[in-house]
Design a protein around this ligand. Structure first.
Ligand code: GLN
Length: 262
């Protein structure tokens, strides 16, 4: 079996270790004998490449880089990405990436960057003087059917841990939040919502990078990608995640969150 991981603008969009999401997906495939190739999707990429992708990964970016990316993505590439997301190609989009998938992003300075409008959300930076949302981020995943599926895979209420650093505040329209904030700011520091979930696309403010810290989410993405690619139910073999789980426990302890989800 084989999957192609499409990495959006690796040179422009990979803040706070987001490239780790790509490595994590590839490694977890390889440990299971699944071939996983990484396809950079950047300014040199032909639109046709987008159609071959089985999982999209989009990382964070600073405001200036977001503007460059949007200029390139507009048009045929945006249409291809939208079509893939609408038809259920899984993806993990972090911080700056979901801001671009929404209707618009208003940066700290300068004019509004029009987004792709794939996700029903808007993002606004309140200005250079405003406090950034920085710190560890812990949230319960509540989006359906993701939450139920993760619970089935892991045997407990899914709780994700990551690190956030953003100036922009995101406000959701008619779209499910990815989860409910337990600690941190999440989308805007006001409504306790974190991220968004649409079709099989996960949007989050959690860097970390997210997937190595939350391997269950990586496996969910791989499973969905394989099922879509091969049109058959897939059951992934279990991996030894004891180190990742111990790291999670240590993080929860240091954040004084005794049991997952408390
Ligand atoms: N430029 C965006 C913000 O500050 C995204 C930052 C990021 O991706 N880390 O909100």
């Amino acid at each position: 079996m084989e999957i192609k991981i499409g990495w959006l603008y690796p040179k422009l969009m990979s803040t706070y270790g987001d490239r780790g999401n790509v490595s994590c997906l590839q490694q977890r495939c390889q440990w299971r004998g699944i071939k996983a190739s990484i396809i950079p999707l950047d300014r040199q990429t032909e639109v046709a490449e987008f159609n071959l992708i089985n999982i999209f990964v989009g990382g964070g970016a600073q405001d200036r880089q977001q503007e460059i990316v949007m200029r390139d993505l507009k048009g045929a590439k945006a249409a291809a990405l939208q079509d893939k997301i609408e038809t259920g190609t899984p993806g993990i989009f972090t911080c700056g990436a979901p801001q671009l998938l929404g209707h618009y992003y208003e940066p700290a300075q300068g004019t509004r960057i029009e987004g792709l409008g794939i996700l029903d959300l808007v993002s606004k930076h309140p200005g250079v003087e405003a406090k950034r949302c920085i710190g560890n981020l812990v949230f319960e995943i509540t989006a359906s059917p993701l939450a139920e599926e993760l619970k089935k895979m892991g045997g407990e209420t899914p709780v994700a841990i990551g690190f956030e650093n953003h100036g922009g505040r995101t406000y959701l329209g008619k779209i499910q939040p990815l989860g409910k904030v337990i600690q941190g700011y999440g989308n805007n520091g006001e409504d306790r919502m974190e991220g968004a979930f649409y079709r099989q696309a996960i949007a989050t403010y959690a860097h970390g990078p997210l997937l190595p810290k939350n391997p269950l989410i990586a496996d969910w993405l791989i499973q969905k990608a394989l099922e879509q690619n091969y049109q058959t139910a897939i059951k992934l073999t279990k991996l030894d995640d004891s180190l990742a789980l111990a790291a999670r426990e240590a993080m929860f302890r240091s954040l004084a969150l005794t049991k997952l989800g408390q």
